[in-house]
Design a protein around this ligand. Structure first.
Ligand SMILES: Nc1ncnc2c1ncn2[C@@H]1O[C@H](COP(=O)(O)OP(=O)(O)OP(=O)(O)O)[C@@H](O)[C@H]1O
Ligand SMILES: [Mg+2]
Length: 292
């Protein structure tokens, strides 16, 4: 391991690439994903949003090879993770490049202690014991879990369990961390802490983050890029400012834009205020706009 959790990588800037991807689960009529095409560069923090059944989880499953290796169906196009085609690469090998965290932390835990939980993946890869201990200690520290390393993961709070689940994925030293609604079972404090942790990992450890979330306000604040899925297609893709300025599209598909953006737009439409100003995304931007 190097100084940072992600070992220095020589590969290209592109961490993951979807190239005209279509996916249909076996025995279903409608494709879950249609003509999905995008590249994620190293260091990006991507938020994925979309209503139910828009294909978010399916996209996550493609990011670590669960599709097509553990699901049957029809796949066309290519998904490459650090240049490796998911079709031709074993999931154990892909796990060193891309890790997936699910909504329910408890379902991802299996070991008697937090330490063992983190050591489980690297041990399965057959890494030397000293290297495993060094990695686990580093990740425990990074995720603020040192004091819990001897505890049973099942005795922890939901937020702590989700941090253990994230830590166990990080112990595999992935370039890309994919999280499918990781805060859906957490309270507001636990949710905020997960977002802050993702930001720290992204900015300090160089980990590329792809986060599926319903927390629009937090995504507007933390993500560097937002992708909106609708009926299996990529509908919007850009910076939070670019994407959330398409208020009409959000209304059509039934997702709200950040509260401050909505208030600002109503103030302009209904009261003619700040006609030439960009709508704010966050409370601090609104305060700036109001010169408070
Ligand atoms: N294991 C599966 N077998 C068959 N069809 C599936 C399976 N998983 C998902 N689907 C279907 O694929 C489509 C996309 O589902 P997916 O779970 O990817 O959407 P989602 O955006 O994650 O939804 P949600 O917000 O409910 O989590 C839906 O029509 C869904 O019914
Ligand atoms: Mg889902």
């Amino acid at each position: 391991m190097n100084d940072t959790i992600t070992a220095k990588r020589e590969e290209s800037e592109t961490v993951i690439e979807f190239d005209h991807v279509n996916w249909k689960y076996a025995d279903t009529e409608i494709p879950a994903l249609r003509e999905i095409d995008f590249k994620v560069n190293r260091g990006e923090f991507i938020g994925i949003i979309g209503v139910n059944d828009s294909g978010k989880t399916s996209l996550c499953r493609l990011c670590n090879g669960l599709i097509p290796h553990s699901f049957t169906g029809e796949l066309s196009g290519n998904v490459r993770i650090e240049g490796e085609d998911v079709r031709n690469t074993q999931t154990a090998r892909l796990a060193k490049r891309s890790g997936l965290v699910f909504p329910d932390p408890e379902a991802q835990l299996s070991q008697l202690t937090v330490f063992d939980e983190l050591a489980f993946g690297p041990a399965n890869l057959g890494l030397p014991k000293e290297e495993i201990i060094e990695t686990v200690n580093k990740v425990l520290h990074l995720m603020d879990l040192d004091s819990m390393k001897s505890r049973s993961p099942y005795t922890l709070s939901g937020g702590e369990q989700q941090r253990v689940a994230i830590a166990s994925v990080l112990a595999m030293n992935p370039a890309l961390l994919v999280l499918d609604e990781p805060t859906s079972n957490l309270d507001p404090d636990g949710t905020k802490k997960i977002f802050q942790t993702m930001k720290d990992l992204n900015q300090n450890e160089g980990i590329t983050v792809l986060l599926v979330e319903h927390e629009i306000e937090l995504l507007a604040e933390y993500a560097t890029r937002i992708i909106v899925l609708n009926q299996g297609k990529k509908l919007l893709d850009g910076t939070p400012r670019e994407v959330f300025s398409k208020i009409d599209i959000f209304h059509q598909i039934g997702i709200h834009v950040p509260q401050m953006t909505q208030v600002s737009e109503s103030a302009r439409e209904d009261y003619g205020l700040w006609p030439n100003q960009q709508d704010p995304l966050t409370l601090s931007e609104m305060i700036d706009l109001l010169n408070l």
